[in-house]
Design a protein around this ligand. Structure first.
Ligand SMILES: Cc1ncc(COP(=O)(O)O)c(C=O)c1O
Length: 409
């Protein structure tokens, strides 16, 4: 078997199952889960209908490149969303089966796994730079591509931005791929134009590819201020897409996580090799879902309605929790990243006791991060995914408040 598989870490939800093993939640409380970041709002009728109307697509193999109308719809959306004058649907966009598989497959395409030796003949595998905390796929993608993940801790004092200036030159020299997540999972933080300026300069100097995971880009709280995207930053900084690709998805924007529909857009030369890789990888998006995706990317009304639902929940729940925990409205996305250190419990103790006493599930932050540079930056935090309906979220928040108060008495 592939020895690299042994390097993979258990997924955070597996760790959560182990943590909760043997705990019987107190009777009288219905289960409420803020654990998994799976969208729960209903799929819009327009997309359900589009799937039904496209069912004859089951009779054909989908093209890896995607259909022309889908690529045109995606290119039009990217141009409109990020104010770009031109995005070539033939070479600068590629539909994928959800951003998760594409984030993984991209590393298999980009990484040259031939290990080099340093002057002392020590092996120097290529490096994939990951934010910390982070979406675990980045790490698995790096490991299975024969690279080594290098974690850059996010700093709560700087709105959870990563301090790339702390990365030593010898690490940059080996870096072939850098993942960013903006809006971030779990912190919700959005990269600023200054962050992008720094990353572009580093990529120009060291030659690595930037993969910008933007699957939460359409979940935000101020209609006049959508999160800045990587391609948009490139435009504002008057550069092209060289060594830059963004990944987006309908899962959160349109409440269709089961459709597995997303896209990658940006540097045409990276996408050309990515398409070659994908021809063999075989993850082409079903023709049925390609057609339904066109309908989804062409409609913004359902996306605005979706945001309004999140806004309502965040406006109610955030102040309730801010009374008992160190938490505030994030820049974007659907998570609250709450610091629980003030309760006197660790993040795992907090999650386990909250589950035992109130049957509410939250995810310990340490499960979403690695110990790096002397600390696990997820420690002391819990991730609260506000994905359920308003009533359930408010009830869950009410129980968390009661739980935190019970810790004080
Ligand atoms: C940060 C991040 N990136 C990517 C994904 C994958 O989303 P999908 O494959 O549904 O597009 C997720 C899913 O939860 C995520 O949290």
């Amino acid at each position: 078997m592939n020895p690299l598989l042994k390097k993979l870490q258990p997924y955070p939800f597996e760790k959560l199952r182990v943590l909760f093993k043997g705990i019987e939640p107190r009777a009288g409380f219905t289960p409420i889960s803020f654990g998994i970041g799976e969208p729960k709002h209903p799929t819009p009728t327009l997309i359900r209908d589009a799937v039904i109307n496209a069912l004859d697509g089951l009779a054909s193999y989908p093209a890896t490149l995607g259909s022309e109308p889908l690529r045109a719809a995606i290119a039009a959306w990217v141009m409109q969303r990020y104010g770009l004058e031109s995005v070539d649907p033939a070479t600068e966009v590629l539909p994928v089966s959800g951003s998760r598989e594409a984030l993984f497959a991209l590393a298999q395409t980009v990484i040259d796994s031939r290990t080099k030796k340093d002057a002392a003949d020590a092996a120097e595998p290529p490096i994939v730079l990951c934010p910390n905390p982070f979406y675990q796929i980045y790490e698995g993608a790096a490991l299975l591509a024969g690279a080594e993940p290098y974690f850059v801790n996010s700093d709560p004092a700087r709105n959870f931005a990563c301090d790339y200036s702390a990365v030593p030159d010898h690490i940059w020299a080996r870096t072939q791929l850098l993942y960013v997540c903006s809006p971030g999972n779990p912190t919700g933080a959005v990269l600023t134009l200054e962050n992008w300026r720094e990353l572009f300069a580093l990529s120009d100097k060291h030659g690595f590819v930037i993969a910008s995971d933007e699957c939460y880009s359409e979940i935000y709280f101020d209609e006049t201020n959508p999160p800045l995207g990587g391609l948009e930053a490139a435009r504002l900084l008057k550069r092209g897409f060289e060594r830059l690709v963004m990944l987006s998805s309908l899962s959160k924007r349109s409440n269709v996580p089961g459709m597995r529909s997303g896209f990658v857009a940006g540097d045409a030369s990276v996408l050309k090799d990515f398409l070659l890789y994908r021809t063999y990888h075989g993850a082409a998006l079903s023709t049925v879902f390609q057609r339904a995706s066109i309908a989804a990317w062409q409609d913004e009304t359902h996306v605005r309605d979706n945001r309004a639902k999140y806004l309502e929940k965040f406006q109610t729940v955030t102040p309730m929790l801010a009374d008992v925990l160190d938490v505030r409205l994030p820049d974007a996305a659907f998570y609250l990243w709450a610091n629980v250190a003030g309760t006197g419990l660790t993040d795992t103790e907090f999650a386990a006791r909250l589950y035992a006493d109130y049957n509410v599930t939250v995810l310990p932050g340490s499960f979403l991060a690695r110990s790096a540079h002397g600390t696990n930056p997820g420690e002391g935090f819990v991730r609260i995914a506000l994905v359920a309906g308003n009533e359930e979220c408010v009830e869950g928040a009410r129980r968390i408040v009661e739980f935190c108060r019970s810790l004080r008495s």
